[in-house]
Design a protein around this ligand. Structure first.
Ligand code: PLP
Length: 484
């Protein structure tokens, strides 16, 4: 990109230009030098940009238009649940009673906020079928780590220190094996069978007296429901292990089934996915954990409890794994999730699951005419296509993803899960209208035609964006964040 296309705010700066006006001084002028040690007085003015108010507004408005988000277009990024975040959430999060409180405030002066947190815990317990929920973890991955540390603590308390292995399917989200390692445990991989489900024979052969847990999501990362989950839970429990549920994407099953009923002992949820916390770009998340009764005493402390009519933090938890986050979780995101749950209601959440599954299946069945569908059964909230056919014509999934940018779409998740060649993982979410789904489908079909007619054009995409293909590896590994 040429500098002129998008000048930095420092390049727009003109010495002496301001966007403020101070009232006339009505007190006597004082010399700072006389009041302070010269050590603390800067010798030169800070190098801040000097602009008019209008220039600033234009600069940031134009910058924001270069961004892409759920509010600007369709965002079918599989496993990320880029659904609409209702603006009602924002109104509630800005209410003074919530936004002007402080975590060091005495609990008796913040009972409304604590009641909200308690109600949210209770709602999440109901939705997941778990005994107790803690709102502390600030992200899905942190919830995973917290849950695994609790399972480890349970085994240690039972005198079973040798239980160090966590069984994870080969299709799992990357954070799963990472959390296992971060929790000081070891990953054992279990294979996926031809239907895209956990291979039960393989599972039986890897469980044993060293099994700490089976870590799973259901529907799994291919968007398929693990129909043998009750049998899997039996196998793992019989061997003395526990079941961990990755509930980052709950919008396929809410109101229909619950991890607790499937036999899971610990679950984390991503409130910033399923429960409409705005996310992406590293914004704040919330990854509450829910546990079965057996694990309740290990929960991070303090635990928010209700005593008579008061909401208080219980610090007297001798088995607790301790705090996992300062204060009590990302309050603002929890509040948005609470608002969402209360506005949807139980029936509304059920409808969410229905539409998420319907939208995904509608898209999958139309796209399978042109793209290879490795697993044929109905999907849940997302599905995975393979770009193998197109690759044979010389066009990779990456090229097609880049071509989608020309049409103004955010591409799906690609090259994940790892067990599907040239994977495209598509999650339309429940909040999209049929016309939006059709628009994306037509575009995908058109790109498939282009792959046949003019593969080079797709290989060279994108053609209309401000920047072309970037060196993503170097950008991630050696980012230059400073303007030279
Ligand atoms: C997003 C996601 C995670 C990780 O959640 P973060 O909040 O990004 O840490 C874990 N598992 C699955 C299946 C996910 O989709």
């Amino acid at each position: 990109m040429h500098k002129k296309d998008f000048p930095l705010i420092f390049e727009l700066s003109k010495s002496g230009r301001t966007s403020y006006s101070l009232p006339e001084m009505d007190v006597e002028e004082t010399d700072l030098d006389e009041m302070l040690d010269p050590l603390y007085i800067r010798q030169e003015a800070p190098a801040l940009p000097e602009l008019s108010e209008l220039d600033i507004i234009r600069h940031y408005t134009n910058l924001s238009r270069r961004n892409y988000g759920v509010d600007s277009g369709f965002y079918p990024l599989g496993s990320c649940t880029m659904k609409y975040n209702p603006k009602m959430n924002e109104d509630v999060a800005r209410l003074e009673g919530f936004s002007h409180i402080h975590p060091y405030q005495k609990a008796e002066t913040a009972q409304g906020a604590l009641e909200m947190m308690y109600d949210l815990q209770t709602s999440l317990q109901e939705i997941t079928g778990m005994h107790t929920v803690s709102l502390q973890p600030a992200a899905g991955a942190q919830g995973e780590w917290t849950g695994l540390i609790m399972i480890r603590a349970l085994h240690e308390a039972n005198g079973e220190k040798q239980r160090t292995k966590v069984i994870v399917p080969d299709s799992a989200h990357g954070t799963n094996p990472a959390s296992v390692t971060a929790a000081g445990l070891e990953v054992v991989t279990v294979k996926t069978n031809e239907e895209g489900l956990v291979d039960l024979y393989n599972l039986k052969s890897v469980v044993g007296s060293d099994t700490a847990a089976l870590m799973l999501t259901n529907p799994n990362t291919l968007g398929l429901f693990e129909t043998e989950i009750i049998e899997m839970a039996r196998i793992v429990h019989q061997a003395g292990g526990r079941l961990y549920y990755d509930g980052a994407n709950l919008n396929a099953i809410m109101g229909y089934t619950r991890p607790g009923d499937m036999g899971f002992d610990v679950v984390h949820l991503n409130l910033h996915k399923t429960f409409t916390g705005p996310h992406g770009g590293g914004g704040p998340g919330s990854g509450p954990v829910g546990v079965s009764e057996e694990l309740t005493s290990f929960l991070p402390k303090p635990v928010l409890v209700k005593q008579a009519d008061n909401f208080v933090f219980d610090y007297n938890r001798p088995d607790s794994i301790g705090r996992v986050k300062p204060y009590y979780g990302n309050f603002g995101i929890n509040l948005r999730a609470y608002t969402y749950i209360r506005t949807m209601g139980a029936e509304g959440l059920k409808k969410v699951s229905e539409y998420a599954v319907l939208n995904a299946n509608y898209m999958m069945r139309r796209l399978q005419e042109v793209f290879e569908l490795p697993y044929k059964q109905h999907c849940k909230h997302e599905f995975v296509l393979s770009g193998r056919k197109q690759k044979r014509l010389g066009v990779r999934t990456l090229d097609m993803a880049k071509r989608l940018l020309d049409f103004g779409y955010h591409p799906p998740t690609i090259y994940f899960p790892l067990n599907v060649e040239e994977a495209m993982m598509i999650e339309p979410t429940e909040t999209e209208a049929k016309e939006t789904l059709d628009g994306f489908i037509e575009t995908m079909l058109q790109i498939a035609e282009e792959v046949k007619d003019d593969p080079e054009y797709v290989q060279e995409a994108p053609h209309t964006t401000v920047v072309k293909r970037m060196d993503e590896t170097t950008a991630a590994r050696k980012p230059i964040l400073k303007y030279e």
